[in-house]
Ligand binder design. Structure first.
Ligand code: CA
Length: 231
C-alpha cells in the first residue's frame, strides 16, 4: 500500500524531527522542508503530497505565503498551520489564506496526528484513494489494488489472466476489442500464442461471470472480430 505523503515545513530541526518521527509512526510518509523556498521546491517534486504542515515563522518566506502559493496553484491539498501560542492573530490569517486547520505549539504527538487524520478524513483523501482503485460496471466491482472481482457483492475467484481480461474490458466499456488487441494487452507483445487462447480464456471467464454463459449478457461476441463489454 502506498503511504500518504505529508510535507513538514519547519525550520527548527528539533521540532521538525519530532513531527517527522510521529507521522512516520502513524503510517505517513513525511517530506521534510526547512525553509519556505525548500517547501515550494519539494511540493513541485512531489505532486502527490496530500497534506502540508506549515510553520509560520521562517527565515525566508513565511508559512502563510507558502499556503497562499499552494492555493494559488489550484491545489486542494490539506493545509495545517503550526502556530506559536502567542500568535492568536495567526489563526485568523491562516484560515484567510486558505489553511484548513491550525495546531498551536507546543503540541503533543497525539494531538498532531489526530488533527492530520481528521483532516484527511474530512477532505475525503481516503475515499479518493479508494475510488481510484475500483471500477464499477453493473453488478461488478473490480478492485485493481487487491486484484479482486465481486458480482453483487459476492467474490468471484479469477486467475491472473482472467483478472487482466476483466480489467481490460472494464476499462474499455462498449468498445469492440479485436482478438489481436486482447492477446497483446493481456499476454504481452512478446507472446506468440494463438488467437484461440483468447477464445478459450473468454469462455472460462464467461462461466464465472455470466448467469448463462451460452447467452452472455456482459462479455459479448463481436462476430468475425473479437469481444466487447456490452453492459
Ligand atoms: Ca519557526
Amino acid at each position: 500500500m502506498k503511504l500518504k505523503k505529508i510535507l513538514v515545513l519547519e525550520d527548527e530541526a528539533s521540532i521538525r524531527s519530532f513531527v517527522v518521527i510521529n507521522l512516520r509512526r502513524s503510517g505517513y510518509e513525511p517530506i521534510e522542508a526547512e525553509s519556505g523556498v525548500d517547501a515550494l521546491e519539494k511540493l513541485k517534486m512531489n505532486p502527490d503530497i496530500c497534506l502540508a504542515l506549515l510553520d509560520v515563522m521562517l527565515p525566508d518566506i513565511d508559512g502563510f505565503e507558502v499556503c497562499r502559493r499552494i492555493r494559488a496553484s489550484g491545489s486542494k491539498m490539506g493545509v495545517i498551520m503550526l502556530t506559536a501560542k502567542s500568535q492568536e492573530i495567526d489563526k485568523v490569517t491562516g484560515l484567510m489564506t486558505g489553511a484548513d486547520d491550525y495546531v498551536t505549539k507546543p503540541f503533543s504527538p497525539a494531538e498532531l496526528t489526530a488533527r492530520v487524520d481528521a483532516l484527511i478524513r474530512r477532505l475525503g483523501i481516503d475515499d479518493i484513494d479508494k475510488a481510484s482503485n475500483e471500477i464499477v460496471s453493473g453488478p461488478f466491482l473490480l478492485n485493481t489494488r487487491n486484484r479482486t472481482l465481486e458480482k453483487n457483492g459476492q467474490r468471484v475467484k479469477l486467475t491472473q489472466i482472467e483478472y487482466l481480461l476483466m480489467r481490460l474490458f472494464l476499462q474499455n466499456p462498449g468498445r469492440a476489442m479485436s482478438r489481436e488487441d486482447i492477446l497483446s494487452s493481456v499476454w504481452g507483445n512478446e507472446f506468440t500464442g494463438e488467437l484461440k487462447t483468447v477464445d478459450v480464456n473468454i469462455r472460462r471467464l464467461r462461466i464465472k461471470i455470466e448467469s448463462d454463459p451460452t447467452e452472455p449478457e456482459y462479455l459479448t461476441t463481436v462476430w468475425g472480430y473479437g469481444y466487447k463489454w456490452g453492459y
